[in-house]
Design a protein around this ligand. Structure first.
Ligand SMILES: Cc1ncc(COP(=O)(O)O)c(C=O)c1O
Length: 397
């Protein structure tokens, strides 16, 4: 080693990309608690807490409600690996990058994958799924609730759930960006399996994937003809770890489990309805402020996510240089986009702890200054004033 490596001292950022978001300091404090052995009764009680809190947040009574050790993608992979056997028919709804991820996963695990699609910036029509299933039954229908890549919220999941039941398919939903930010009604919408992540509206660092599934899904997995191809993502084993049997499958990340417990506990403390309203108010205020600055928003206005706002980069502004300026001068991170939207669109996240008016005002101030530095003209402070007004009038109801 030729250079000395100093003490870890990362800068403090305002994380307004697509995740991670800044966790509540109480979550970070919980993560610093002493490490326990994974079978210590004090720790298994914490696992039980995570399961109970998870049921509240997912709005379900599913016994099988726990967390996969891995990021959001790990939860999706556990779901697909466990539900899909080689040769099974899988129908995926795709209108963005995470629908594509379901396609990729289901293909890798040997599924015969079909797709119903919508343009990026649009959402699926449940009738597309119904039409397809009428012609060709599927074992699993996989849908993304919040398409982070486009900022769109898939409506009518309850209708999709009803269709899947009627047509004998299991409904699998990716709620990575939506859980804790907008209603996710697992039981009410007849979702058979739902997976999420921790680093977005749940408000924890990334590293675990909350998951819940009902008896139909469990029985489907139990009656597989072949073992789950992945050992790590085998829900038949993981569910035996998250129950009194405590099967020694892997070593649960202790500190992450503490953080997740505290993040979920904070959601219960706030109340889901209040939390959804806070995300909506904040997202609406940001959108209003951006529009007051003359910035165009992306996607179908009827289906925009509150927690992810897609905005077109103004003419004359360089994607990379402007984001670098925002980071250096204001300590603010926003996200660029993928695929057809790369270089044209930024995505601004207002999730969990950051879903507050002060975040919006800070971001709008930074954006105004940075855009001005690229020669963009706008009324000074117009965004901030409009956002503040929108937020307060929504808060008054
Ligand atoms: C909708 C959605 N699904 C899945 C993922 C993958 O999650 P992770 O990056 O935690 O693996 C993300 C992450 O951005 C997401 O937004």
């Amino acid at each position: 080693m030729t250079r000395s490596i100093g003490v870890l001292d990362p800068p403090i950022r305002l994380l307004c990309g697509t995740g991670p978001t800044n966790p509540d300091p109480r979550v970070l404090r919980a993560m610093a608690a002493p490490v326990l052995g994974q079978f210590d009764p004090a720790f298994t009680a914490i696992m039980e807490d995570v399961m109970a809190l998870g049921r509240y947040v997912f709005r379900t009574s599913n016994t099988r409600t726990f967390a996969v050790s891995g990021t959001g993608r790990g939860g999706m992979e556990a779901a697909i690996a466990s539900l899909v056997e080689p040769g099974d028919s899988v129908l995926v709804g795709t209108c963005g990058r995470f629908g594509d991820l379901f396609v990729d996963l289901a293909t890798r695990y040997g599924g015969r994958v079909s797709q119903v699609t919508a343009e990026w910036g649009q959402v699926l029509d449940p009738q597309q799924i119904d039409e397809w299933l009428k012609r060709a039954p599927a074992k699993v229908v996989a849908v993304v609730h919040g398409e982070t890549s486009t900022g769109m919220l898939q409506p009518q999941l309850g209708e999709i759930g009803r269709i899947c039941r009627e047509r004998g398919a299991l409904l699998l939903v990716d709620a990575v960006v939506t859980l804790g930010g907008v209603p996710v009604e697992v039981d009410g919408w007849q979702i058979d399996m739902c997976t999420s992540g921790t680093q977005k509206c749940v408000g924890c660092p990334s590293g675990m994937a909350p998951i819940t599934y009902n008896d139909r899904a469990e029985q489907t997995i139990a009656s597989r003809k072949s073992p789950v191809i992945s050992n790590y993502f085998d829900l038949t084993q993981i569910q035996r770890y998250w129950n009194p049997e405590r099967l020694n499958h892997h070593t649960l990340p202790t500190s992450m489990t503490y953080g997740l417990r505290e993040a979920l506990r904070l959601i219960v403390e706030e109340g889901l309805e209040a939390r959804w309203a806070r995300h909506q108010r904040t997202g609406d205020a940001l959108k209003t402020g951006l529009q007051a600055m003359g910035i165009e928003l992306f996607g179908d206005p009827r289906h925009r996510l509150p927690m992810i706002t897609g905005m077109f980069i103004p003419e004359g502004v360089s994607d990379e240089a402007a984001r670098a300026r925002l980071l250096e001068q204001f300590g603010i991170e926003v996200a660029t986009s993928f695929g057809p939207l790369r270089g044209r669109l930024w995505r601004i996240g207002t999730m969990g702890y950051n879903a507050e008016l002060k975040t919006v005002l800070t971001v709008l101030t930074g954006l105004e200054r940075v855009f001005q530095s690229f020669g963009v003209k706008s009324d000074r402070g117009a965004g901030v004033v409009a956002a503040e007004k929108a937020y307060h009038s929504a808060a008054r109801g």
